[in-house]
Design a protein around this ligand. Structure first.
Ligand code: FES
Length: 157
């Protein structure tokens, strides 16, 4: 899991420079920034745009289009719940709603105490064991209300 690092222009520029000469550099560069800082810092967007000769709006659009990019640092625990078709057809939405309600966090949000980030994701590749989730990088299949309660207890620590 990426570790948040100190964000400053010099460090952002280092990452940008690393990918700048690559064909189709935008996505690798943004992933590199997220790997380095735990999110894509707002200050990086104009720097990436300039390095790739694209507009700020275009780069911001890429960051917001891909669910994997974060615009703010994540909480200590990251709970991703699959909300794609196979998981929905297996009752995933009810468990997802239960999780969101018990964690008291909206989708794409981090709790004010920085304890947990709740994210929707669209297929974790575990459709055969739907509904699925991922907690701190660990896949969980056949997510039911008991498993949801266990997740809530785990991230309470
Ligand atoms: S649809 Fe949920 S894991 Fe594939």
């Amino acid at each position: 899991m990426p570790q948040a690092g100190l964000v400053n222009a010099e460090r952002i520029a280092e990452v940008i420079e690393h990918y700048a000469h690559m064909e189709g550099a935008a996505l690798p560069m943004l992933h590199g920034l997220q790997e380095r800082f735990g999110h894509v810092p707002e200050a990086a967007v104009p720097m990436v745009a300039e390095a790739l000769n694209r507009s700020r709006a275009e780069i911001h659009g890429v960051v917001t289009f891909y669910h994997d990019f974060r615009e703010a640092p994540a909480g200590r625990h990251v709970v991703k719940v699959c909300r794609a078709e196979a998981c929905q057809s297996m009752g995933g939405e009810a468990v997802a709603a239960r999780l969101a309600s018990q964690l008291g966090v909206g989708w794409g949000e981090t709790s004010p105490d920085g304890r947990v980030t709740l994210e929707a994701t669209y297929c974790l590749g575990l459709c055969a064991c739907a509904p699925s989730a991922m907690v701190d990088g660990q896949l969980i299949g056949r997510l039911d209300s008991d498993a949801a309660d266990a997740i809530v207890a785990e991230v309470a620590r």
